[in-house]
Design a binder for this molecule. Sequence first.
Ligand code: SOE
Length: 393
Amino acid sequence: MNTLGVGMVGYAFMGAAHSHAWRTAPRFFDLPLLPAMNVIGGRHPDALATAADRLGWAHTETDWRALIARDDVDLVDICTPGDTHADIAIAALEAGKHVLCEKPLANTVAEAEAMAEAAATAAAGGVRSMVGFTYRRVPAIALARQLVAEGRVGRIHHVRAQYLQDWIVDPEAPLSWRLQKAKAGSGALGDIGAHIVDLTQFITGDRIASVSGLLETFVTERPVAAASAAGEGSTIGGGAAGAERGPVDVDDAAVFIARFAGGAVGSFEATRFANGRKNAIRIEINGSLGSIAFDFEDMNLLHLYDGTEASETAGFRRIIVTEPTHPYAGAWWPPGHLLGYEHGFTHQVVDLVRDIAEGRDPAPSFADGLNIQRVLAAVEASAADGTWKEVAT
Ligand code: SOE
């Protein structure tokens, strides 16, 4: 079977999740190309060697440009903080390498525009690119999109989305890279707000046309995280804190309302201060014929309200999305045996490898990632002057 040589840059939480996906995808899905985990890139040789052994990569590179140039790299998988996405992705695309880039696509609209332009140019030559919004590949979310597309909820009136975490409620939690604008571009807005923007546009098939929002930083100074050469591992809080303290220059929480182009109204909340909520993504769509509800903390369930059913028996139905006929589910376990956070990453690899082999441009594309960046920028602009902002197209 032909192979697809993969080179991954970065080896912290996302590097671990993507490595699991590259290892697992060909063992559970029939793929037209066999991913070869050829090289992993990072800055610290010792930690990189440890990560290569632990995550299953054959070789290491401490220079991402050298990684891109290797003949055994057909695809570059970018698992670094957002401040390096544009440089690495554009260099890879210009070298004729396919690219999978973690979300959000970039730290600014300008960077995202340059990336989308490079991706469009590369696509003309058969080079493919995708941005890693993996939650749309949770079976229950994919089913929700199918049901909306079939008209099961009718005309959409309300879109309600929350992404709730609480990993920095402690004011002594260190100033990790996700809390630094220069590295992450924004705080909860870009890190987790981007996910619910993608999910709601994906499920509804509609796009956010205008927004009005606010950003809040509850803790404005934190201990500086000690440099952790081994990366963050599977935690998201970074290494141990030092004695030095530094300013928090990103949002801890973003709250905004939206108008969709198709007429629906939306309410969005992305926060790292929802004390007790660890990774709660809650989506509810209310339409003229019914409603759909999802909560990532019960990620194998989709709740459907069929408003056309007789009132005697009407009510939200609890669908366990693990039947062989459900998206992706048939490749795994018998009904009811449930999937987890990591399966969305495996499904992402499956779809990307099939798109590359069959000559399709993957979704979400860099253009989709640029659109999301423009929604985030509109929220930031609205928060700055308190007025409604149109989302640029
Ligand atoms: C931290 O908020 C984080 O790791 C996000 O960066 C990921 O995209 C999300 O999947 C889990 O939470």
